[in-house]
Write a protein that binds this ligand. Structure first.
Ligand SMILES: Cc1cc2nc3c(=O)[nH]c(=O)nc-3n(C[C@H](O)[C@H](O)[C@H](O)COP(=O)(O)O)c2cc1C
Length: 197
């Protein structure tokens, strides 16, 4: 190999490595956004989502806060027929019209001592939170005592206020802070909300 060939080979390798690293995120997050740091609070982002919208919102909260996701998982997933709110015989209709029903959940909440704040996300069902949230809270009541729980919601247009009033009334021994409707929430609204604790 002469000098010219060696120089060309080195230049080609350098160009390839530079191009290959071009599309990679420096932070290691999916979107390439800088994680955490925006709030300085360690958040556990618990959520239930039947069709994915609240899951996306939860991922956004976790990404903006550097928080950890925890999915609240019903033992029996909700089918499309289960979610037909116009059908008074559908599973969701029946569950939401008999407050004694507690759909089983299978997830286990980790130790909460390392978290400053617990975010709790759910879809709006009949203007409140799905009863699977009640199951989750009652199963983990001892762990949740003494923590600040910040509710967030996605909806078809309804607001979060009634669900927060219901949570405070049903669980007076727990601390529910400000809530956030995530439908059109900006990044600043999300970080301000976490910092409201
Ligand atoms: C059974 C059921 C009841 C609902 N009730 C309401 C309601 O009372 N008010 C509202 O604004 N949206 C209502 N919605 C719409 C959901 O809140 C909305 O689509 C939500 O973003 C779905 O979140 P998910 O994809 O995480 O399950 C209802 C949806 C279902 C399936």
């Amino acid at each position: 190999m002469n000098y010219k060939t060696i120089t060309c080979t080195i230049a080609a390798i350098f160009t390839f490595v530079s191009l290959a690293s071009c599309g990679q995120s420096k932070t290691g997050t999916e979107s390439g956004k800088e994680p955490a740091a925006t709030t300085g609070k360690k958040a556990l982002v618990c959520y239930f989502s039947a069709t994915g919208t609240t899951a996306d919102a939860a991922k956004r909260v976790a990404e903006l806060t550097g928080g950890t996701l925890h999915e609240i998982t019903p033992e029996k997933p909700y089918s499309d027929a289960d979610l037909d709110w116009r059908d008074s015989l559908s599973r969701s209709y029946v569950e939401m019209h008999d407050f004694s029903i507690r759909p089983a959940v299978t997830d286990s909440l980790p130790d909460l001592s390392g978290y400053d704040v617990i975010c709790l996300g759910y879809p709006n069902w009949w203007n409140t939170c799905p009863t699977v949230i009640n199951t989750f809270i009652e199963k983990n009541q001892d762990k949740l005592k003494g923590k600040t729980i910040l509710p967030f919601m996605t909806s078809g247009g309804g607001d979060i206020e009634q669900s927060i009033a219901d949570l405070r009334k049903n669980y007076p021994e727990l601390t529910f802070g400000a809530g956030l409707l995530m439908n059109d929430a900006t990044d600043t609204q999300i970080t301000d909300w976490i910092n409201s604790k």
